[in-house]
Every structure is written in C-alpha cells, then in structure tokens.
Write a protein that binds this ligand. Structure first.
Ligand SMILES: Nc1ncnc2c1ncn2[C@@H]1O[C@H](COP(=O)(O)OP(=O)(O)OP(=O)(O)O)[C@@H](O)[C@H]1O
Length: 260
C-alpha cells in the first residue's frame, strides 16, 4: 500500500532519515519502532505530506505521491492522526466528527442557498455516520461533551474516530498508546483490529509500548539512525542482535528487555 524508496530528510547538518526504504503491505497493521531520535516521526510526516523529503520517493498503491500536500493525500485515502487541535477542544465530540467530511455540500453557503434539500440530506448522512462512529467507539454517552473535557484515552479514540468519518485506506497512527490507561488501551486495540479486519483499513503505527505493538502489529519494522535496521514478527525483532545494539548500545541486556 505504501512504498518508501530511499527517502532522505536533513535538518541542517543532521540526517534524520537516511536513505530509508520500507513497505507497508495492504491490509497489514505494521508497527514502526526504534529508539528516540531514530527518525520515525520525520518519516511519518514525510509520508503524510507534512515534510518534503530531500530525496527518494513515496508510492501509494503504486502511484508516486512524493511531495503531495496532506490535503491531496487525504483525498487519496491516506490519513495521519493528530492530537485534537486547540480550537476543536471547545466543540462537542459529535461536532468534532461532523466537521471532518470535506466534501459535504452543506458547508458551501452558496450550495446551501441554491440546493437546501441536498445540503440537509448531506448533513443527515454525516450525522448518521458520526453516530455510527460514536457507537463503535462506545463514546455515544459523551457525544455532547466538549472534546477538551475527555480523558487522554478518550481523546485518542476520538482522533481515530475522526479518520473513520472519511473511510480512509491507510491510517498513520503516532503513539496511540501514549498516556492511555490499560482499560482504554484494550478498547483502542479492539477498534484498530476491527477497522483492519472488517473495514480493510491498513495501519502503520509508531509506538513505544511494546506490548501494544506485539498485540497488534505484524510485521514490525525497527528504525535506528534514520534507517531500517530490522523487520519481522515481534518475536523475530525481540531476538534481533542489531535491534538490541540500537536500544542498548551493546549493554548486557537481553532482547526481552529491549522490547519490554
Ligand atoms: N524540525 C526539526 N528540526 C531539526 N531537527 C529535527 C526536527 N525534527 C526532528 N529532528 C531531529 O531529527 C531526528 C529524528 O527525530 P524524530 O522525531 O523523527 O525521531 P523519532 O524516532 O520519532 O523519535 P521519538 O521516538 O523520540 O519521537 C532527531 O535527532 C531530531 O532531533
């Protein structure tokens, strides 16, 4: 689904992504791990169009999409989740979902005036979709709550919910488990797995919580110093010497420690 070919990204003299090549297979939940500063977020932002690479190519389903804007990539079905922006924290959970669909003709004042019936029908369809998403995320009881009042885990669910309003093909998730309690983490994994199995979403997930990665992801790709160091199942990654070296710099730790 995504092919990263020889991507390079420099910040001044620092090479954050260094001739990195990897693939995210269609229908997979691919994990991206690696020590701090390995270049994971920079690569993510490059794939999602927020950063222009200094070299290399990104292919989406075989099409060269290198350098396209996030907006164009979004239209092509590639979405990167973000923290709920500050302005949206003062809107309700339901409103946060309803403002996502870009092509809702009701948004256009002229359209609403010329074709009020169509705008109304679109709004109803979006509302129905938003309610389905809330149901699936078990957030229905919070639909009129301000997004800013949600817990960290509920906000993460809402971030994923916002991607579900547009039926994307690939979702890039940056640390979905960060700051989320165990109960909601279970819910979050369940939602990701359901979207993957039942709706065919492909996921690429950056995560430091190795339990979550082990539970969700196959394959797992480990980056270090801007490059891919190893790829395989979580079991293979746990046993990989180069991965250990990257995490511990040759210390006496075991592979289990590196990925625990
Ligand atoms: N905007 C920027 N300007 C300058 N340097 C940057 C910028 N963004 C990232 N870097 C540097 O690029 C390198 C890779 O950073 P990146 O955030 O991609 O790593 P990461 O693997 O996501 O790390 P972490 O797991 O800690 O989030 C780091 O050395 C970082 O300091």
């Amino acid at each position: 689904m995504i092919e990263v070919r020889d991507i390079v990204k420099r910040f001044g003299g620092l090479v954050a992504v260094d001739h990195c090549s990897l693939e995210v297979g269609n229908g997979t939940i691919t994990g991206l791990i690696g020590p701090n500063g390995a270049g994971k977020s920079t690569l993510f932002n490059t794939i999602a169009g927020f950063i222009k690479p200094d070299g290399g190519q990104i292919l989406l389903d075989g099409e060269d999409v290198t350098g396209l804007s996030p907006h164009k990539l979004f239209e092509k079905g590639l979405v990167r989740t973000f923290q709920i922006p500050h302005e949206l924290t003062r809107m309700t959970v339901l409103e946060n979902l309803m403002i996502v669909p870009a092509n809702q003709s009701g948004e256009n004042l002229f359209n609403a005036w010329l074709r009020p019936g169509k705008a109304k029908a679109d709004e109803l369809a979006v509302r129905r979709r938003a309610n389905e998403v809330l149901e699936m995320l078990q957030l229905t009881h919070l639909r009129h709550e301000l997004a800013g009042n949600l817990s960290g885990g509920q906000k993460k669910l809402l971030e994923i919910g916002r991607t579900m309003m547009t039926e994307p093909r690939v979702v890039l998730l940056d640390e979905p488990g960060a700051g989320v309690n165990r109960t909601l983490l279970g819910k979050l994994s369940e939602v990701i797995q359901t979207l993957n199995r039942e709706r065919g979403y492909t996921f690429c997930i950056i995560e430091h919580d190795m339990d979550l990665i082990a539970q969700l992801c196959d394959p797992v790709i480990c980056m270090a110093q801007g490059k891919v160091l190893a790829q395989g199942s979580m079991d293979e990654i746990r046993r990989n010497e180069a991965v250990l070296e990257a995490y511990f710099g040759g210390g006496a730790a075991t592979a289990a420690d590196a990925t625990a």
